[in-house]
Design a protein around this ligand. Structure first.
Ligand code: NAI
Ligand code: MG
Length: 365
C-alpha cells in the first residue's frame, strides 16, 4: 500500500501554504510514481470551531496511524481569549506529547540568493547548512516539581531540569544517526560546568559515541555555543542539545538564514512497526494573522518541511534533494514572495505563483 500522510493545515496562512504542498504531493504522484494516501483533518482554532477542542480524539488516533503528519500552523487573535485548556496550540502540544516526538530537527540552511537577509555578513553565512537536534519532550519545560509556591512568606517559581539516561540516549542516537547521513560531525551542547543534568548529558552522549566511531564528536558549553553560532556558524554540522538550550539556540540559528518564511522543521519519535519513525513536519512560522487571507504568504517553509518528510520518513533523499534544489533555483531566479523582498525592489509573487514556480522547477529537474 502507499505511504500515508495526514495533513492538518490549521489556521491563518496554514491552509494557504499547505495548498501548495498538496500540489507538490500530487506532482510526486503524477511525475515520479510516488503516490501517497493523503487524508486531511482539522487542528487548532479550526478544530475548536467545529468540535470545541483543538484536536479531536479521532484526529489524534489518525495521527498515530499514518506514516507522517504535515501541519500548517495554529492560532490567531480570534482564539486569544480562550481558556488555556482549549487554546489552538494545545492541539499541537497534544500531538507532540502523545506521539512522543522527542527529537526536533531544525535545519538552518542559507540559500545563496537570500544571504543578504541574514543578520550576519554574507561571507559568514553563505553556504551554511547545519542542523540542530533539540530534545523536545523532557528537561526544564516538563520536570517536576514545577509551580509557584510560597516559602518563607514569599512566592517562589520553580522549574526542574531533569533528564533520565534513556531520554538523553535516544535523542543522542537520533543525532548520531543523522550525523552518519550527513558529514559525520556532531557537537553536543550543555552546561556541564554548572549543571548536574549537563554532566550526565555529556557522559551519556560520550557513551553512545562508542557505537558511532566514524562520527567526530565534540562538546561545547551552550553559552559558548551561542557565541560560536553567531561568530562562525559554518564550523557546525549537527548540534544536539536539550529542550531549553535547543529552543534558544535553534531560534538564534534560524535568524542566520533570513526569513521565517523559509524555515522547516521535523519532530521525530520512536520507530513504528514498519520501521518508520513517528513523525510530524511543520514550518517554524505561525499562522501570520497579519497577512492571512491575502495570498501573500511564502509557502517555502511548508514545502521544505515536506522535503524533510521525503528524507526522514520516506527515505528518498534524492527526491528531497530534488525538491530543495527546485526551491533554491526559484530563489536564484529572483522569484520572491513579499517577505523576501528588499525594501527597494521588484514585484512580489503570490503564494500560488510561488507554488507554480517550484512546480515548474520540478518539471525542469
Ligand atoms: P508568526 O510566525 O505567525 O508571524 C510573525 C511574522 O512573520 C508576521 O509578520 C508574519 O506575517 C510573518 N510570517 C510568518 N510566516 C510567514 C510566511 N510563511 N510568509 C510570509 N510572512 C510570514 O508569529 P506570531 O505573529 O508571533 O504569531 C501569530 C499566531 O501564530 C499566534 O496565534 C501564535 O500563537 C501562532 N503561532 C503558531 C505556531 C505554530 O503553529 N507552530 C508557531 C508560532 C506562532
Ligand atoms: Mg522558540
Amino acid at each position: 500500500s502507499n505511504p500515508s500522510l495526514l495533513i492538518l493545515a490549521g489556521d491563518g496562512i496554514g491552509p494557504e501554504v499547505m495548498a501548495q504542498v498538496s500540489r507538490i504531493i500530487d506532482w510526486y504522484g503524477d511525475k515520479r510514481g510516488m503516490a501517497f494516501d493523503v487524508s486531511e483533518d482539522l487542528v487548532g482554532g479550526a478544530a475548536y470551531d467545529k468540535h470545541g477542542t483543538p484536536l479531536h480524539d479521532d484526529t489524534m488516533a489518525k495521527a498515530q496511524e499514518v506514516d507522517a503528519v504535515l501541519l500548517g500552523a495554529v492560532g490567531g487573535p480570534k482564539y486569544d481569549d480562550l481558556d488555556f485548556s482549549v487554546k489552538p496550540e494545545r492541539g499541537l502540544l497534544r500531538l507532540r506529547k502523545e506521539m512522543d516526538l522527542f527529537a526536533n530537527l531544525r535545519p538552518a540552511q542559507c540559500f545563496g540568493a537570500l544571504a543578504d537577509f541574514s543578520s550576519l555578513k554574507r561571507e559568514v553565512v553563505e553556504g551554511l547548512d547545519l542542523m540542530i537536534v533539540r530534545e523536545l519532550t523532557s528537561g526544564s519545560y516538563f520536570g517536576e516539581p514545577r509551580g509557584i509556591f510560597t516559602e518563607n512568606n514569599e512566592r517562589v517559581g520553580i522549574n526542574t531540569q531533569r533528564y533520565t539516561e534513556s531520554e538523553i540516549e535516544r535523542v543522542a542516537r537520533a543525532a548520531f544517526d543523522l550525523a552518519m547521513k550527513r558529514n559525520r560531525k556532531l557537537c553536543s551542547m550543555e552546561k556541564a560546568n554548572v549543571m548536574e543534568s549537563g554532566v550526565l548529558w555529556r557522559e551519556v552522549v560520550t557513551e553512545v559515541s562508542a557505537d558511532y566511531p566514524e562520527v567526530e564528536l565534540s562538546h561545547m558549553y551552550a553559552d559558548n555555543g551561542a557565541m560560536q553560532l553567531v561568530r562562525a556558524p559554518k564550523q557546525f554540522d549537527v548540534i544536539v542539545t536539550d529542550n531549553l538550550f535547543g529552543d534558544i539556540l535553534s531560534d538564534c540559528a534560524a535568524m542566520l538564514t533570513g526569513s521565517l518564511g523559509m524555515l522547516p522543521s521535523a519532530s521525530l519519535g520512536a520507530p513504528m512497526a514498519n520501521g518508520r519513525p513517528k513523525a510530524l513536519y511543520e514550518p517554524v512560522h505561525g499562522s501570520a494573522p497579519d497577512i492571512a487571507g491575502q495570498g501573500k504568504a511564502n509557502p517555502c517553509a511548508c514545502i521544505l518541511s515536506f522535503a524533510m518528510a521525503l528524507r526522514y520518513s520516506f527515505d528518498t533523499g534524492a527526491e528531497a534533494d530534488r525538491l530543495e534544489r527546485a526551491v533554491e533555483k526559484v530563489l536564484a531566479d529572483g522569484v520572491r514572495t513579499a517577505d523576501l523582498m528588499q525594501k527597494e525592489g521588484g514585484t512580489p509573487v503570490s503564494t500560488t505563483e510561488m507554488g507554480d514556480a517550484v512546480i515548474a522547477a520540478l518539471d525542469a529537474s
